[in-house]
Design a protein around this ligand. Structure first.
Ligand code: RIB
Ligand code: CA
Length: 299
């Protein structure tokens, strides 16, 4: 059983990842913190509330609101990828309310009360996580691990040729988290772009008639319908959740990783292999990963 806190910018693949986490018997979700990125903070937060209400089985999952902008500048959003309001599908309105604490305080409280037992699964820009670590070495010591969906180490980026979206949106925060000394597993495009559902495989891509399976298929159908150019849907955030549950899905190399902060290569993740606090994912058991993703979403 892993105690996890999910920091997220839902976002269609975040939504699939959250469905997996809600359905997993191996994860105990201490809470969700929201950040802007794929959509505005207001939309990512509303999406998280509606998802938990719709698919959470009545469980009390605290949702704390985080950053509406990166450490510098503003988020660029990705509606062209995720659709209107960041999900592309309508979910029933919810009366759920956000937690009284903001994301930074929530992350700090959660890490402190679960000393060395909390894994943060970071699925969006790392603004909240960096802020929670800022000036607090005790928090860095309290967090057991961070699984980051982000980066493009030995492959081309997806928002520029050099950079992956989450890291590019807030390179300053990403560099702070990756150099904080906390044990990080970096689940980058190197492995997520190899873990996909293909247009020709569905609908349905997810078997079963559960609420989760039906929502997963609606989300995927929306993406393939809206993006006629897209042949495969990359399971970026779902792979980070799958790797948290089954770390052996990934093959990793230890490294020190830094992030280029500005200029043409803004957001590039630079790995210096050898030792270091970052486990860079360089390989993935795709079949096993897809089996975990499909099984959990169909639950
Ligand atoms: O580059 C892919 C990442 O950026 C995913 O987390 C997706 O949801 C977006 O946040
Ligand atoms: Ca995301």
């Amino acid at each position: 059983m892993h105690k996890v806190l999910i920091d997220t910018d839902p976002g269609t693949d975040d939504a699939l990842a959250i469905l997996m986490a809600l359905n997993s018997p191996d994860l105990l979700i201490e809470g969700i913190t929201t950040v802007g990125g794929n959509a505005t903070l207001a939309q990512t937060t509303e999406n998280a509330l509606r998802l938990v209400d719709y698919a959470g089985g009545g469980r009390d999952v605290p949702i704390a609101v985080g950053a509406d902008r990166p450490a510098r500048g503003s988020f660029s959003y990705a509606y062209h990828v995720h659709g209107a309001e960041g999900l592309g599908v309508d979910l029933p309105a919810t009366t759920l309310k956000t937690h009284r604490a903001d994301a930074v305080d929530f992350i700090r409280d959660c890490a402190s009360s679960n000393r060395r037992r909390l894994t943060i699964i970071a699925l969006g820009p790392l603004t909240n996580v960096a802020a929670a670590l800022d000036g607090r070495p005790d928090i860095a010591k309290a967090i057991a691990a961070i699984v980051v969906m982000g980066g493009a180490v030995q492959v081309r980026g997806n928002i520029t040729p050099h950079a992956e979206f989450n890291i590019h949106e807030d390179p300053w925060s990403a560099d702070a988290v990756l150099t904080s000394g906390v044990s990080v597993t970096l689940v980058g495009l190197d492995v997520t772009q190899r873990t996909s559902l293909h247009r020709s495989e569905g609908p349905p891509w997810i078997k079963g008639t559960s609420k989760s399976a039906r929502l997963g298929n609606r989300i995927l159908e929306g993406r393939f319908r809206e993006r006629a150019d897209v042949r495969e849907y990359h399971l970026h955030d779902p792979l980070a959740v799958a790797a948290t549950i089954e770390p052996d899905i990934l093959t990793c190399r230890r490294a020190h990783v830094s992030v280029v902060k500005d200029g043409e290569e803004r957001g590039r993740t630079v790995a210096s292999y050898g030792d270091g606090p970052v486990n860079v994912a360089i390989g993935v058991d795709v079949e096993r990963a897809l089996e975990v993703v499909r099984t959990l979403i169909s639950s």
